[in-house]
Design a protein around this ligand. Sequence first.
Ligand code: FPP
Length: 243
Amino acid sequence: MNLDLSKIPSHVAIIMDGNGRWAKAQGKNRLFGHKTGVKAVQKIVEESARLGIENLTLYAFSTENWKRPEKEVTILMTLLVSSLKKELKQMTENNILFNTIGDLSKLPGPVQKELKYTIEQTQNNSGMKLTLALNYGGKEELTQAFKEIAHKVKNNIISPENVDETIINKHLYTQNLPDVDLLIRTSGEERISNFLLWKIAYAELYFTEILWPEFNESHLHLAIHDYQKRERRFGKTSEQLNA
Ligand code: FPP
């Protein structure tokens, strides 16, 4: 398949779903699903950078994921630390800038430490920005933004009339990310699940039945190919766009 390299989405976000179901179908435990999921992450990160995607944002752990069995939460955190350690070299070689969104203060200490280290080590890289959403929830992101703005209004730092989209954006975890162009969700579920609510306002949505551990480079190409066929009108008419 030929992708139009002049129309690569600048911001791709992915809800990586289906690790558990994939493992079950293999007669394996969920840990095996997540481990294989990490391998898919590695492949997709590398291919995204190669294609010239500027921003790749992955939903790794939501504010709701704490409700999972404690053992699974521990496994996910352990996998995260080992993956960061293992992938730092690769990220550096690929000029990837690593970043996170979400409330990191609730994550275990060693996870916070490794995240901080990886962010520091990659902050001068100028290639693709890879953002992991960790303890992230779209509603929580908006709530903490509104709370901060309310404090500033109360203290006369901002006047209520001046609260606009730019000001709201400046208080989001995603303040330094552009709007999402393409949102992909694997595993056949067709939901947003509290991901990037503000930044997906005009995102193209792409759902695939493929379970995350099986999602590979060619599936990413299919998603981008589908995106490239779409007409993004941003509220305008087709005629206006073609004029
Ligand atoms: C969904 O599968 C996946 C997650 C809970 C988060 C994604 C995690 C990974 C890809 C592995 C760890 C990631 C990093 C970055 C180290 P699921 O468990 O919800 O699958 P199910 O719906 O089939 O049960």
